[in-house]
Design a protein around this ligand. Structure first.
Ligand SMILES: [Zn+2]
Length: 199
């Protein structure tokens, strides 16, 4: 890499840690930041620092500013359906479809033992506890992406959850195989939710 003053070098190194950002893109971003006026650059820096205020909801494990997130606190939402997602960001994708009005649970990833993602490293124990302590949950939607790891996770979870006497469903086909929920359009994902099938 070319030689740059330390602050530029450090900013390139920091931005390169973001997904999809290689050294060349990072370099472009840093020069864009240098072209900003001081005030705009401060707004940018403060936005990153303020992420420190984000914590994990103690009920569903999504990102939240409060110990319990707005969705978990919302008494208008149904407590009889629980939608289990891989990552916190999947919740905003599903919320954008405007078709789901139950509660959520973030599993923390998909099962992938080779990469160290096992029920023990994910939120398995917490999910079982949630179901045991909330008998009003009748249906658990396993809203994982239809790829190998997503399907493996659905199979594993549906067996465990059925043992607890709850119905499990998964998203209807319509999501392209291997497609990530994150990139599904709202209409397709909404249809997949409404047309969910029992596992
Ligand atoms: Zn929550």
């Amino acid at each position: 890499m070319r030689k740059f003053p330390a602050p530029i070098h450090n900013a390139i190194a920091a931005l390169s840690r973001l997904p999809g950002v290689g050294p060349k893109t990072a370099l472009r971003y840093v020069f864009a930041l240098l072209r900003m006026n001081k005030q705009d650059r401060e707004i940018f820096a403060r936005a990153v620092i303020n992420l420190e205020n984000i914590t994990e909801c103690s009920v569903c494990f999504t990102h939240s500013e409060d110990p319990v997130c707005a969705i978990c606190k919302d008494s208008q939402r149904s407590n009889s359906v629980l939608c289990v997602v891989s990552e916190s960001r999947d919740i905003s994708t599903i919320e954008a479809t405007n078709t789901y009005h139950g509660k959520y649970f973030v599993f923390g990833g998909t099962l992938n033992p080779i990469e160290g993602a096992t029920p023990e490293t994910l939120n398995m124990r917490e999910l079982v506890e949630r179901l045991k302590s909330r008998p009003e949950i009748k249906e658990v939607i396993l809203a994982f992406s239809p790829d190998v790891h997503g399907e493996t996770t659905i199979m594993f979870l549906s067996r465990k959850i059925k043992q607890l006497g709850r119905k499990t469903t998964k998203l209807a086909r319509g999501l392209p195989i291997g497609a990530d929920i994150e990139y599904a359009d709202e209409v397709t994902l909404g249809d997949a939710l409404l047309g969910r099938r029992e596992t």
